[in-house]
Design a protein around this ligand. Sequence first.
Ligand code: UDP
Length: 312
Amino acid sequence: MRVVITGGAGFLGSHLSRYFLSKGHKVTAIDNLITGSVENIKDLFGNENFAFQKYDVTNYIHVPGKVDAILHFASPASPVDYLKFPIPTLKVGALGTHKALGFAKEKKAVFMIASTSEVYGDPLINPQNEKYWGNVNPVGPRGVYDEAKRFAEAMTMAYHRYHKMPVRIIRIFNTYGPNMRINDGRAVPNFMTQALKNKPITVYGDGSQTRSLCYVSDLVRGIYKLLYSGLNEPVNIGNPHEITLLELAQTVKKITKSSSKIIFKPLPQDDPKVRRPDITLAKTKLKWTPEVSLEEGLKKTVEYFRKAVSKN
Ligand code: UDP
C-alpha cells in the first residue's frame, strides 16, 4: 500500500510512518511543522519508501501516483498548543479535513480521520462509549479543537454517505510515549520534564480529575487494525485504566526517582473531570486490546525524555 499521513512529523504521525514502513508499505508524510518536528522523522529520510512534504494541508493536496489510504492526523493536539494556535486548529480540522477527503475521493483511497475523546467534552457519563453525543462548550477555550474535530467527523460521514467512500473515524484517548514535545504542555511531558529536573510537579486543580493513558505502540496497532477493518463508524481507541492526575504525578515521581515536590495550580477552564474509553467495540470488532501497562509505558518513555531534557 501507499499511505499518505498528514501530520506525519508529529508525535502520532511519526510513529505511524515508522509502523507502516515496518509493515512494508510506502509512506508520504505531510506536515507544516507548526507543532511537528523533522527531528521525529529524520531517521526515515534515507528510506526509499519514505517521502516528506513540508506543506499546509488546509490548501489543495497533491501527491502524484497511486494512493491507497490517507490518514488525516494533522492538528495541534495539546490544549496549550490549540490555545496558542486557535485558528490553525479550526482550519486544519475543518478545511484540512475537507481537502484530505477530496484527495481521498480523487485517489479512491480509504480515508481515516484522527478524532478525539474531546468530542465527548466534559462528559456526563463515564466511561464514554461511541453512542454518547458529548458535553462540549463550543465557545470555551477548548471549543476550537473539540468543534473542529466534531465538524471533521460530520464531514467524514457526509463523504461516506454521499460519495459512498470507505472511511475510518478513530476517537483517540490520551496517548503518551517517545516523540512528544517536551514543552507541549500536556501532563506526561510536563510531569516527566519537571521530575527529571527535580523541579516542582505542577498538578492542576486538586488532581482528582481522571484520565486513562494509552502507550503509543498500543494505539498504533489499533489504528492499523481499524484501517483494515470495514468499520465506517467511530471507534474509541485508548487504554481504559483510569487514574487521577495526582496518581499520575506520584507515579512519574516514583519511576524517575525524583525529589520533586508536587504542587497545585489552578485548573484550566472546561478541563474534563473524568475520561475513560469504553473499548467494547474495538475489543469485539477489531480484536484489539491495549497490552502495555502504565508503569511499563512510562518506564519506556522516561528514556526519551531524559535525552530530550539533556539536549534542552
Ligand atoms: N495537567 C496537570 N498538570 C500539568 C499539565 C496538565 O495537572 O502540568 C492536567 C490537566 O489539567 C488535565 C490533565 O492533566 O486535567 C490532562 O491534561 P493534558 O494537557 O495532558 O490533556 P487533556 O487530557 O486535558 O486533553
